[in-house]
Design a protein around this ligand. Structure first.
Ligand code: MD3
Ligand code: FE
Length: 217
């Protein structure tokens, strides 16, 4: 049982500049918006179900993924890329729900990136034991465009590394309702997510969802 009195209290929104280009918007999302986002996630996943993709090296990713928007990020034995159709169905990815787009635009603007127009949203689902190894996001065309990441459900420890894979990453706890905007000199930093601990969250059950909004083209 992880429920306690504090877990039931609303959190206070606060914006923290972690370093140049990185804004942590804690409790940026209230419970009403979080509920609307979860509903929209389930709508997208009905059309484009979660799947465990394969890395180019042949490993199955522990994080289950899907996409919405004009483009989706995929990986398989032939590599990482963005594409306009879901390889599982052959259909276009579901449209980006308006509640998604509005949140991404508002968060980017709050972090100093007015005019951000995402064309892709990757949906990551972590269950207990899932993790994401340190990597760079470099499949997008214009690295001047930020990435907006939204955490919903169970908390996770985010790993924020340097410009090289080696070295000890900074650890940041990300909770449901937190949004982080990564841009400027931080855009190509190595990052990952530590193994998710089991738990239960009123919004999502026994998992964490992360939405990353990108300008891929
Ligand atoms: C820092 N997802 O999907 S979001 C990913 O929580 C990814 O699911 C993680 O990394 C997750 O690629 C982390 C935070 C994030 C996203 C992009 C970044 C941090 C970043 C790009 C540059 C630096
Ligand atoms: Fe990433």
């Amino acid at each position: 049982m992880t429920q306690d009195l504090f877990a039931t209290l609303p959190r206070t929104p606060s914006a923290i500049a972690i370093e140049e280009g990185v804004s942590l918007l804690q409790a940026f999302i209230d419970e009403a918006e979080a509920g609307a986002l979860m509903q929209a996630i389930h709508g997208v996943l009905q059309q484009a179900p979660l799947r465990h993709m394969q890395t180019p090296g042949g490993y199955r990713m522990s994080v289950a993924m899907s996409n919405c928007g004009e483009l989706g990020w995929v990986t398989d034995r032939s590599g990482y890329r963005y594409q306009g159709s879901d390889p599982v169905s052959g259909q276009a990815w579901p449209a980006m729900p308006e509640v998604f787009r509005a949140l991404a635009v508002r968060a980017a603007a709050a972090a100093g990136f007015a005019g951000f127009m995402p064309d892709a949203c990757l949906i990551n689902r972590y269950e207990a034991g899932a993790r994401m190894a340190l990597h760079q996001d470099k499949d997008e065309q214009d690295m001047r465009q930020p990435i907006v990441s939204v955490s919903l459900g169970l908390p996770a420890t985010f790993l924020f590394g340097g410009m090289q894979r080696a070295g000890r990453p900074l650890r940041m706890r990300l909770e449901s309702g937190d949004v982080v905007v990564w841009g400027g000199p931080a855009r190509l930093r190595f990052h990952g997510v530590d193994t998710l601990a089991d738990g239960e969250h009123p919004l999502s059950g026994r998992c964490r969802f992360n939405l990353t909004f990108r300008r891929a083209r």
